[in-house]
Design a protein around this ligand. Structure first.
Ligand SMILES: Nc1nc2[nH]cnc2c(=O)[nH]1
Length: 159
């Protein structure tokens, strides 16, 4: 299914947050949880470096902020991510009850940018979700969001 204008706007916000994360000295990832009406329910950005919490990925930080939302709200929500959710974040998305993921840059793209020093657990988000007992729709990589440009700024010597 093609992306709606709401999808494009909320994905753009996730990419904007990835730039903020980078500017604050963190890894360049941002994420937004939105409902079908296009309202933002939660936002998060990577804070791995400044918090010294290795689980401080953008999507994890969004999920940490969903307390209080009802299961039906989560079921009908979409999580937008500037980069493909890693295996940790994909599992957290699955367990949260969120049923739709839209991401910009692929995990392969930023693994290639980081080069041999990258810490990798290369399990594509869609593949992980295929093992679940309920369906989570995964859409991405989405082109032309600007996410790759921000990732390149974090690894300027690699490409
Ligand atoms: N999608 C995503 N991938 C990451 N890899 C390292 N940190 C992150 C993050 O915050 N989000």
């Amino acid at each position: 299914m093609p992306l709606s204008s709401t999808d494009k706007r909320l994905l753009a916000r996730a990419v904007e947050l990835s730039a903020t994360a980078l500017a604050l000295g963190n890894r360049p990832f941002g994420s937004v949880l939105g409902n079908a009406q296009g309202n933002i329910l939660a936002e998060g950005q990577n804070d791995e470096c400044t918090s010294a919490d290795p689980t401080g990925h953008a999507e994890m930080n969004v999920i940490r902020r969903i307390a209080g939302l009802k299961p039906a709200q989560l079921k009908n929500a979409t999580i937008y991510a500037s980069g493909e959710p890693c295996a940790m974040c994909a599992a957290a998305i699955f367990w949260s009850g969120i049923r739709r993921v839209v991401f910009a840059a692929s995990g392969q793209y930023f693994a290639d940018l980081e080069g041999p020093s990258a810490t990798l657990l290369p399990l594509p988000c869609a593949e992980l979700m295929r093992h679940g007992s309920h369906t989570v729709e995964v859409i991405g990589p989405v082109a032309d969001t600007g996410a790759e440009t921000i990732l390149q700024q974090a690894f300027p010597n690699q490409k």
